[in-house]
Design a protein around this ligand. Structure first.
Ligand SMILES: C[S@@+](CC[C@H](N)C(=O)[O-])C[C@H]1O[C@@H](n2cnc3c(N)ncnc32)[C@H](O)[C@@H]1O
Length: 221
């Protein structure tokens, strides 16, 4: 699905988010601690969060995704940049030794992985003691009135708009958009899982009334 979508992903995702996705990624990248070191961006897709991590921190970024076509697009866009490299890897089986990175990030992807706990556990494993795990993803708004309005858009209009922007060959990908959120434990569920995995100082930031949430946790030193 992501292979078919790779060439139209940026256009389609920015269209359904009315361009807000750029600010959401900026916000997540701004949560990386000053002493940046080496950052792992998993499920990097076309590299939009990865390149912000390079720009907003002084660190080096290793960006991986399990979809080769997505990585190819990312390399075409940002391959020449200093401090940024791309590779192919599955978030549930990261090919890195324990405690390699100062920070691990994942943007708009946990909803799509088979085993969320395992994915978070892998991110935590490869982060050094005192390092950070940052999750950026869609959320479920707290206000019931706003949630109703938003769900009307998200469940009925966004899949059609995304499908239209993705074009014939990839339109089907947006049929899965609604279920990816319905089954996602979102704000409180992710926060609980991060704590259960031993992360501390877990903070939750709701953006745009909870349409999107950023979770930041620290691996104890
Ligand atoms: C919606 S895109 C998000 C891309 C990017 N992080 C962003 O902010 O735009 C989700 C990405 O997750 C990747 N993905 C899904 N499951 C994965 C897994 N198990 N391991 C690695 N990447 C995965 C997909 O290939 C896709 O590129």
């Amino acid at each position: 699905m992501f292979s078919d979508l790779s060439r139209r992903y940026d256009l389609a995702s920015t269209a359904i988010a009315f361009g807000r996705d750029r600010g959401w990624r900026d916000f997540a990248a701004s949560k990386v601690d000053g002493a940046a070191g080496m950052i792992l961006d998993v499920c990097c897709g076309t590299g939009e969060l990865s390149r912000r991590l390079v720009e907003k921190t002084g660190g080096r970024v290793v960006a991986v995704d399990f979809c080769r076509e997505m990585v190819e697009v990312a390399r075409e866009k940002f391959g020449g940049r200093e401090r940024l490299s791309f590779g192919v890897a599955d978030i549930e089986r990261l090919p890195f030794p324990d405690e390699t990175f100062t920070c691990a990030t994942v943007g708009f992807a946990l909803r799509n992985v088979t085993d969320i706990r395992r994915a978070l556990s892998e991110m935590t494993r490869v982060v050094k003691r005192g390092g950070m795990v940052i999750v950026l993803d869609l959320g479920k708004p707290g206000s019931s009135l706003f949630r109703k309005l938003y769900y009307l858009y998200f469940y009925r209009i966004a899949p059609r708009l995304g499908g239209f922007m993705a074009g014939k060959g990839a339109a089907y990908a947006y049929r899965y958009l609604p279920s990816s959120l319905t089954d996602f434990p979102a704000q409180r569920g992710i926060e609980r899982m991060m704590r259960e995995l031993g992360l501390v100082d877990v903070r939750l930031y709701d953006l745009d009334m909870g349409i999107v949430a950023v979770h930041v946790g620290k691996k104890p030193g």
